[in-house]
Design a protein around this ligand. Structure first.
Ligand code: ZN
Length: 174
């Protein structure tokens, strides 16, 4: 039985449509790899969705180039948020925008991800996620950090915006 394989045009459409629109972003609704990077199967091969999109849109022409997003969400497939370039260019963009992408150094963690209240900085993110996974309530976590309990939710939201949640939730073994 012949297997139906998407044409390039159909694949490009799929990459743009299999998403959840969130503000200016198109958050991939398909599978992600262990780094939280969108992946897609095509003709029996697994592709990194953002790189494939770049190729299909003619934005990624140099295969040695890295990919990142201007919004900082690695799950985003909005064409206008895709960036491709050298490691040096990526680091410069990260520093300028203060966003974090997979593989970037921890010190690039963003100002954007920092809660307004510095008592719950993004460096506590992993601990907070672990506590939540162990069943701690926002109130209990707030008490531990001496913040108002609404600050916990605010911090979680800003961290998710800054980093996307998929990777770390995986790493803490949920
Ligand atoms: Zn985006």
């Amino acid at each position: 039985m012949p297997r139906r394989v998407l044409t390039e045009e159909q694949m490009r459409q799929w990459l743009l449509e299999n998403v959840r629109v969130q503000d200016e972003c198109r958050i991939w609704a398909g599978a992600v790899d262990s780094w939280g990077q969108p992946v897609v199967m095509w003709d029996g091969k697994t592709y990194k969705a953002r790189r494939l999109l770049g190729r299909l849109l003619g934005l990624l022409t140099d295969t040695t180039h890295l990919s990142w997003t201007s919004c900082g969400d690695r799950r985003c497939l909005a064409p206008e948020h895709q960036r491709y370039g050298t490691m040096k260019e990526m680091c410069r963009a990260m520093k300028r925008r203060g966003v974090y992408v997979s593989g970037a150094h921890r010190s690039m963690l963003s100002a954007k991800g920092r809660a307004p209240n510095a008592k719950l900085p993004i460096t506590e993110r992993r601990t907070v996620l672990r506590l939540l996974s162990e069943g701690a309530t926002h109130k209990e976590i707030a008490e531990r950090y001496s913040v108002h309990f609404t600050a916990v939710n605010k911090a979680l939201q800003s961290w998710e915006r800054a980093t996307g949640s998929a990777v770390d939730l995986g790493e803490i073994g949920r």
